[in-house]
Design a protein around this ligand. Structure first.
Ligand code: NAD
Ligand code: ZN
Length: 240
């Protein structure tokens, strides 16, 4: 808390772990999608291009139903509160679930794009996922082209604007909170390295250590994102 109380330019980097308590399964760890499928295989752009109907069936359709039902948990709400308190500037998220925006954070960089929109691979038209008729797979655009999530598949580039802004935020933050990410997916995992090199304090919130722990992060607060954020927010509110 001593590091966060005076911070005015804090940035959070979040991953699938923060959304687990909202009912969205992660890729790695217990209950993760890893256990059923190899995400590098199923969520790879080559798989999608080879067999879009199969990827829609096993990845997109299920995820669409889960994300439609998901609501922010105390982890997301805590980060929104840190923004209200004037401590947190931005959230860089690897998640595609839109829960940070729903919780109230106003500057969210969607590093891996979003699931809220689909995009035609032929004419690039975007359509809101809630409007997509998924009764026949893969769903198609009015032009006949296949619709794909407006998210980044493995094997694809990070949207340049998101990458550039994230690097910018990472190099100017005073504290970086790394919440619920296994920090193995690049280049997202290099944002804490940039932050550390630029003089920021890097704090991890995760039930498990990651490759950053003790090397890049100054310390790890072990626990679930929601529980830890509740403790942090209460302590900061008492200090004010
Ligand atoms: P990951 O699945 O690799 O790792 C999840 C991390 O969260 C682990 O380190 C785990 O120890 C931790 N964790 C587990 N429970 C937690 C809790 N309650 N609170 C805090 N942390 C907890 O996730 P990743 O690093 O984000 O990489 C996976 C990639 O898959 C991302 O790039 C993301 O784009 C995508 N993905 C997104 C979603 C989503 O949008 N919610 C879900 C699955 C995968
Ligand atoms: Zn089209």
């Amino acid at each position: 808390m001593n590091d966060l109380a005076p911070a005015r330019q804090a940035v959070a980097l979040t991953g699938a772990g923060i959304s687990i308590d909202s009912g969205i399964p992660p890729f790695r760890g217990k209950g993760g999608l890893w256990e059923r499928f190899d995400p590098m295989e199923i969520a790879h752009i080559d798989s999608f291009m080879r067999n879009p109907a199969m990827v829609w069936k096993v990845l997109v359709k299920d995820l669409k139903d889960i994300i439609d039902r998901a609501r922010p948990n105390d982890g997301h709400k805590g980060l929104a509160r840190l923004e209200q308190l004037g401590i947190l500037k931005s959230v860089i998220t690897q998640n595609i679930d839109g829960l940070h925006q729903m919780a109230g954070n106003t500057d969210v960089i969607e590093f891996h794009g979003t699931f809220a929109w689909q995009r035609c691979i032929q004419c690039e038209r975007r359509i809101e996922t809630s409007w997509v008729d998924a009764s026949e797979l893969p769903p198609r655009c009015t032009c006949g082209g296949i619709l794909r999530p407006d998210a980044v598949f493995f094997g694809e580039m990070i949207p340049p604007a998101a990458l550039w802004r994230s690097q910018e935020m990472a190099s100017h933050c005073d504290v970086m909170l790394v919440v619920g990410t296994s920090a193995v997916v690049q280049p997202a995992a290099s944002m804490p390295i940039i932050a550390r090199q630029s003089g920021a304090v890097v704090i991890e919130i995760n039930p498990e250590p990651t490759p950053l722990t003790g090397v890049i992060s100054s310390y790890l607060i072990r626990g679930k994102a929601g529980d830890v954020m509740n403790r942090i927010v209460s302590a900061l509110e008492i200090k004010r």
